[in-house]
Design a binder for this molecule. Structure first.
Ligand code: PAF
Length: 281
């Protein structure tokens, strides 16, 4: 595995793959890798001759400086995991490499970035779209792999790729869960043992909503089931429940007659967790 710290090094690695007529898949990460990332890598590995990963804790997508500072950084373990998973080249750039002096260009999906979770974290999806555009331009992969857990992020990236006529496929990969149902996240390591046990309430609330959707519930009833389940866990502070149309993220109402996406978030101590599920009637 080639470990590249500069744009020119990763470009040279990718140029060599391309020169040999090989296809390239990309997995972008902020490090602190877990089984969810490894599933993205496995999907890319199965579909491409070469797989490139990036590890970059992107400052522009953090609103809260403490959140950026506390974000786990585990470079040595991450590199070992990527090597073991058969990654061909990894880019670990500095902040200056990605945002050089004078950098002023931003990429923003105007509606999708500023609705739902984007209202709780202003600027977050602009930071994501901007850095992902940079990483796509640097690596120029045939396809890039993203988890469905970050559902709004996935919709933002798909929209951006479509609107800007970027020449790659965006592949959404289903959420990987712990045995008790908690969605895997780099933030989980920051949970106290009590909060870790309590956090399972997120997936439990989605399970309950999925069951109700099958039994003919309305959107308002799904919303109530989610709120009641999470509010019954005193360690959880519910921050959002959004029930929306997949893709557009437009709010839906009335009886559930077509698939809807449920996006939820809650705080456990100072850790904000999100989860998501598409449910069908
Ligand atoms: O999902 C993530 O880890 C990040 O938001 C991403 C896509 C790597 C951009 O920094």
């Amino acid at each position: 595995m080639q470990v590249c710290r500069t744009i020119s090094d990763i470009r040279a690695a990718v140029a060599a793959f391309r020169g040999a007529g090989e296809s390239v898949g990309l997995v972008t990460t902020m490090g602190a890798l877990h089984a969810g990332h490894m599933t993205l890598v496995a999907n890319a590995r199965a579909a491409h001759d070469r797989v490139v990963a990036t590890i970059f804790v992107n400052p522009t997508q953090f609103g809260d400086p403490a959140d950026l500072e506390n974000y786990p950084r585990t470079e040595e373990e991450d590199l070992a995991a990527l090597e073991a998973a058969g990654i061909d080249a990894v880019l670990i750039p500095s902040v200056d490499e990605i945002y050089p002096d004078g950098d002023e260009t931003i990429v923003e999906t105007t509606h999708l970035a500023n609705t739902l979770h984007g209202q709780v974290r202003p600027g977050h999806f602009r930071g994501v779209a901007t850095v992902v555009t940079k990483l796509f331009n640097i690596v120029r992969p045939d396809a890039a792999y993203f988890g469905e857990k970050d559902y709004q992020q996935l919709q933002v990236i798909k929209r951006m790729v479509c609107d800007l006529h970027m020449d790659l496929r965006v592949v959404g990969v289903p959420t990987v869960r712990e045995p008790d149902g908690l969605a895997m996240s780099s933030r989980n390591v920051r949970l106290s043992p009590e909060d870790r046990a309590a956090a399972v309430v997120l997936s439990r609330s989605l399970d309950a909503a999925a069951q109700h959707a099958k039994e003919g519930a309305t959107v308002a009833e799904l919303d109530r089931v989610i709120r009641d389940t999470i509010n019954a866990e005193r360690r959880a502070e519910l921050t959002a429940v959004d029930i929306v149309a997949p893709g557009t993220l437009a709010r839906v109402e009335g009886p559930v007659t077509a698939p809807v996406a449920i996006m939820i978030s809650a705080r456990f101590g100072d850790v904000l967790l999100i989860d998501q599920r598409e449910v069908t009637p």
